[in-house]
Design a protein around this ligand. Structure first.
Ligand SMILES: [Cu+2]
Length: 501
């Protein structure tokens, strides 16, 4: 019977029995099909956990008309967050209010040296302008619209008066071309948030109008202090080869995946010293895709979302953080292992650039003289992908269309290609650093710690015969004796030695 009852139903019955009441009229021996009284639901048990109440006193920061605290200053009240390849928006302080000026306009944006497009940016930096502030202070943010169409700015995850929420048409009039709107509110929280256009979102966010909004705590716990604090905005684009503008109508087939508006190798490295405490704040304001961002060589803890801090008791170790569209995730770890550690989206199509997509699988194909024949009709034609998609090698072999980064990866420290572009960067951890602001170059591995070609001595010592027939696993199925014997007969002589163990 238990099989047919829901877990909730079971819990309800248990609770009722514990309370000295049976749920069925007539006592415990009554047949379930007999006459029944009214159903008695179980009493709800309180959800309070030690001193943590189920309901928080406020879900929106409390009263909006609190008196603001004095503005916090970088270096004094907080350690500035680093935005690789991006910038913190400058501010000034006027009568105790922190004043920012956002300007939305068209810019010529370089995703990488080989690819540029006309995009829309806040203050010249596509996807990578950060507003940095401190809990408790009052901010006044002017937004000047230098776009050809109306816009607005929404402050994502931030508690504010409804009329400051920035949803064009719903909470405010459009900011028309040439106009400057004024947003003003007191920051009643801390954490990692975002801001973005909330008018014709598909077009305007797709053109680049997104950024991070970081609020440092007013009274940080000692654990808040880190040596390195990074912010990375994730996004995705469709830029058809040879075109000059992103295709914001794209819904599924994005071909440029960016961190702070750049593709690898133009994404800035995250430079750390061995032993540094590191925080990485990830935001995703792409159109459609969630990004599982993976770190090599370490685990991390997800310590906060754009909803707030996660209590220590609710954190668990991870090596991949899924950052869904519209979310922020804050990761923390100690960089105690020196090296060049990949930090990237684990969707393999998200570490490719434009021409990594839409090809038939040509792995293992022998095109013969097809290329030569087709080149008489299509000059420059080349069959691609017979050995996979080693982007750098292919880029050398075929002429690239103008303004495209079809196959581009990067040449690494061994002279071979790193076959990834897109949403990929490197956490560079060094025992000694000249400066955090300088790329320390490739990691110099201690002798004997790199996977190199095995030596003849290694092979001889371990009995590895590189010409031996490929070993096959013996089936572990218990009743497969007969077929197994049949297979054994077909096995090469070297394998028979191992059979029957
Ligand atoms: Cu991704």
């Amino acid at each position: 019977m238990a099989k047919n009852m829901s877990r909730r139903h079971m819990l309800g019955l248990t609770a009722a029995t514990v309370g000295g009441v049976t749920a069925w009229a007539g006592g415990a021996h009554a047949a379930p099909t007999g006459p029944a009284g009214p159903y008695r639901p179980a009493a709800g048990s309180p959800k309070t956990q030690s001193e943590r109440p189920y309901w928080a006193p406020t879900y929106s920061g409390g009263p909006v008309n609190v008196k603001p605290l004095p503005p916090g200053l970088p270096g004094k009240d907080y350690k500035p967050v680093v935005v690789p390849t991006g910038q913190a928006l400058p501010f000034k302080i006027v009568n105790g209010v922190k004043v920012f000026h956002l300007i939305a306009e068209e810019v010529e944006h370089y995703f990488d040296s080989g690819l540029r497009a006309k995009c829309w940016a806040y203050n010249g930096h596509v996807n990578s302008t950060m507003i940095e502030a401190v809990e408790g202070e009052q901010v006044r943010i002017y937004v000047t619209n230098r776009l050809p169409i109306a816009t607005s700015v929404h402050w994502h995850g931030i508690y504010l008066p409804n009329g400051m929420d920035g949803v064009a048409g719903l909470t405010q009039p459009h900011i028309k071309p040439g106009e400057t709107a004024k947003y003003e509110f007191t920051l009643r929280q801390h954490g990692t948030f975002m801001f973005h256009s909330h008018h014709d979102e598909m077009t305007q966010m797709g053109m680049g109008l997104i950024g991070m909004f970081i609020m440092h705590p007013r009274n940080p716990a000692p654990e808040y202090h880190v040596n390195r604090d990074f912010a990375i905005m994730l996004s995705e684009w469709d830029i058809k080869v040879g075109t000059a503008r992103p295709n914001t109508l794209q819904m599924t087939d994005f071909n440029i995946l960016t961190m702070n508006g750049k593709v690898f190798p133009s994404t800035g490295p995250l430079v750390c010293k061995t032993g540094d405490k590191v925080r990485i704040r990830l935001g995703n304001l792409g159109a459609m895709d969630h990004h599982p961002i993976h770190i090599h060589g370490y685990y991390f803890r997800i310590t906060a979302t754009d909803g707030g801090d996660i209590p220590l008791s609710a954190q668990w170790p991870e090596t991949t953080a899924l950052v869904a569209v519209g979310q922020t995730r804050t990761l923390e770890f100690i960089a105690d292992a020196p090296g060049d550690w990949a930090f990237h989206c684990h969707m393999t199509h998200h570490v490719m650039n434009q021409m990594g997509h839409e090809f038939p699988n040509m792995v293992g194909m022998q095109p013969g003289d097809v290329d030569k024949k087709l080149q008489s009709l299509l000059p420059g034609y080349m069959t691609m992908g017979q050995t996979g998609m080693d982007m750098g090698n292919m880029a050398e072999m075929m002429p690239m269309p103008a303004n495209s980064i079809p196959m581009k990866g990067a040449v690494g420290p061994f002279g071979d290609n790193i076959t990834m572009g897109g949403m990929f960067t490197i956490v560079k951890v060094r025992d000694r650093l000249a400066s955090y602001d300088q790329d320390p170059g490739w990691y110099q591995h201690p002798p004997g710690t790199v996977a190199l070609t095995a030596s003849a001595e290694d092979l001889a010592r371990d009995g590895i015969d590189v010409n031996a027939p490929t070993p096959r696993a013996v089936s572990s199925a218990p009743n497969a004796a007969a077929p197994q014997r049949a297979r054994a007969d077909a096995m090469p002589p070297a394998m028979k030695v191992h059979h029957g163990h």
